[in-house]
Design a protein around this ligand. Structure first.
Ligand SMILES: C=C(O[C@@H]1C=C(C(=O)O)C=C[C@H]1O)C(=O)O
Length: 376
């Protein structure tokens, strides 16, 4: 069969016609869903601030379901990754139709947080760059942004301490988690031999220790607030370089000196989407709890952790930070899988934990997002 280009283009035109009609039908339903969410919120509100619209249009559990459905129904030839990227944008437009959404991220543009935010929320929502992780928390706390994206832990460097410390003091809640594969680049305006100083975020420097030891032993390493700030600083200096995302080369006019310099190629960072509220239970959720331990009771931490075992809950993360209330007094973070914060099981867990631990608090509860299922 000979392939006729004008006929094939006619086919595309006719399919586009159908697609545009269907996309708008979907958008109309999404507008109705927005109205239904406002109705439901009004029915449960106490009428304190009727002019303030606190409804949540971003529903991570529902989005996870949509992505799963898209991949299940995909007959090809489109790859799941490409179809999911298209759906990311369809849902982004759908969110923006329901409400103006502003997402705070650790900037400036070109940071891994920016990348993670864009991949999570798409092109149609608005973004607000923040100077530090603490500023992202503050933007959400003060209601300037409805959502914020903060790095939580990295597969090589471990926990992101400023994020943990902000959770101790802040009232924000975790609404979703997301994962980003992280590849670092050494960017500069000069040659590798002429570099005298390397800027980056401390967690990024920690991910490239072997590379730095082998190639830049003894060189000045300057920590800064983000990898994109590092790129910005390096772009203003003659003999400096930055460890950052590849996209910073174009954004800040830098050359690539070395690619993929992270110590492990499967380097991944987990981010949290924070907000003033978590969402309803889904088929599979995780919950992050925070508590201090009463040291007057010997073995209190051990007894506390046993509560999770007794309820058959798998622990997926455990960490501690100084409470800053007194020396050698710690706040513990424990994440468990298979349970939502609003469930009866969780109420029982919290009650039982209370026997051994003080100030037990849920930091967030969110759909369990396996990194391998993220195809966008
Ligand atoms: C349409 C909704 O709102 C948003 C948009 C979605 C979509 O376009 O499919 C899914 C979840 C929400 O983030 C919804 O809650 O169902």
């Amino acid at each position: 069969m000979s392939l006729n280009l004008p006929t094939l283009r006619q086919q595309i035109d006719s399919l586009d016609h159908k697609l545009i009609t269907l996309l708008n039908e979907r958008a109309q339903v999404s507008l109705d869903i927005g109205a239904a969410k406002r109705q439901a919120a009004a029915a449960t509100s106490n009428g304190d601030s009727p002019e303030e619209d606190n409804t949540h249009v971003y529903i991570p559990g529902r989005e996870k379901q949509v992505f799963e459905k898209v991949m299940r129904l995909n007959p090809g030839p489109l790859a799941n990754e490409n179809l999911c990227a298209i759906y990311r944008e369809i849902m982004s437009a759908s969110i923006a139709l329901q409400k103006d959404v502003l997402v705070a991220y650790l900037g400036p543009v070109g940071s891994f947080s920016h990348d993670a935010s864009m991949k999570r929320f798409g092109d149609s929502v608005q973004y607000a760059s923040q100077g530090t992780i603490a500023d992202v928390f503050e933007a959400v706390e003060r209601g300037r942004c409805q959502y914020g994206v903060v790095p939580f832990e990295n597969s090589i460097a471990g926990s992101v301490v400023p994020t943990l410390d902000k959770f101790i003091k802040s009232k924000v809640k975790i609404r979703a988690e997301t994962y980003l594969p992280v590849h670092h680049y050494l960017l500069s305006k000069t040659s590798a031999e002429a570099v005298r100083r390397v800027y980056s975020h401390p967690v990024a420097l920690a991910q490239c220790q072997t590379f730095l030891k082998n190639n830049f032993k003894g060189i000045e390493l300057v920590p800064c607030a983000s990898t994109s700030e590092a790129a910005q600083l390096a772009s203003k200096e003659k003999f400096a370089a930055a460890i950052c995302n590849k996209v910073c080369a174009d954004i800040y006019g830098l050359d690539i000196l070395h690619a993929d310099i992270e110590d492990q190629q499967d380097n991944t960072t987990r981010f949290f989407i924070i907000s003033d509220a978590w969402d309803a239970p889904t088929a599979s959720d995780k919950t992050l709890l925070m508590f201090t331990v009463d040291h007057r009771l010997p073995g209190a931490l051990c007894d506390g952790l046993k509560v999770f075992k007794d309820h058959n809950l798998n622990l997926t993360k455990i960490d501690s930070r100084p409470s800053l209330l007194k020396p050698w007094h710690y706040v513990f973070f424990v994440e468990c899988a298979g349970v939502h914060g609003d469930s009866e099981v969780m109420s029982t867990v919290i009650e039982e934990l209370g026997k051994y631990c003080l100030d037990v608090k849920i930091v967030g509860t969110y759909p369990d997002q396996r990194p391998q299922d993220l195809h966008y």
